[in-house]
Design a protein around this ligand. Structure first.
Ligand SMILES: CC(C)(COP(=O)(O)OP(=O)(O)OC[C@H]1O[C@@H](n2cnc3c(N)ncnc32)[C@H](O)[C@@H]1OP(=O)(O)O)[C@@H](O)C(=O)NCCC(=O)NCCS
Length: 145
């Protein structure tokens, strides 16, 4: 079963060690960079290891803004040797339920690098729509909860 657990002293080494292939590396910052940002922005950043049962297979960082009632999928990756097995979709579903169940958010935002067809396809199939905005050269999408 796919689940998200907060990054902690037991799982962070595996999180930092997960790899993407070179082509995909331009689509998302490295996990170590994301964890550095989580240290810089502790109120907003919620970093999670993605598990399939006991195995760590990916990483996701949420951008938690209760005041605006908006939550962002700030970072999201599945390790290259675990892609294409349905884990990305299940992890995103788990995250959306987690966000929704708090009752603290009306929207979920994310952005993707143009050309990231896997990301675009996955997000659209989960109901995200493009807002028409471009942020830091990335295409912004929104899901109304
Ligand atoms: C995007 C990502 C998280 C998807 O993870 P995954 O575990 O491979 O996804 P799944 O196996 O659940 O597949 C999800 C959907 O994407 C589709 N997909 C996968 N690779 C694809 C590709 N290259 N082009 C188009 N669709 C693709 C799958 O077919 C599936 O759709 P379907 O259910 O309609 O068949 C993963 O590819 C990844 O980590 N990419 C690199 C980092 C990244 O781009 N992160 C997102 C930043 S916005």
């Amino acid at each position: 079963m796919v689940s998200l657990k907060e990054v902690n002293e037991n799982n962070f080494k595996t999180v930092v060690g997960m790899k993407l292939n070179e082509e995909q590396s331009k689509y998302v910052a490295s996990n170590v960079y994301s964890l550095a940002q989580a240290w810089l922005y502790p109120d907003e950043a919620k970093p999670y290891a993605i598990y399939n049962d006991e195995e760590i297979i990916g990483f996701m960082m949420l951008d938690w803004d209760e005041k605006k009632r908006e939550c962002g999928i700030w970072r999201f990756m599945i390790a290259s040797n675990r892609q294409g097995m349905g884990y990305g979709r299940k992890a995103l579903m788990y995250a959306l339920n987690l966000i929704k169940d708090t009752g603290k958010f009306d929207y979920v935002f994310l952005d993707y690098v143009p050309g990231n067809e896997a990301g675009k396809h996955l997000y659209e199939s989960m109901g995200f729509i493009e807002t028409g905005e471009i942020e830091d050269d990335e295409i912004v999408m929104k899901l109304d909860l």
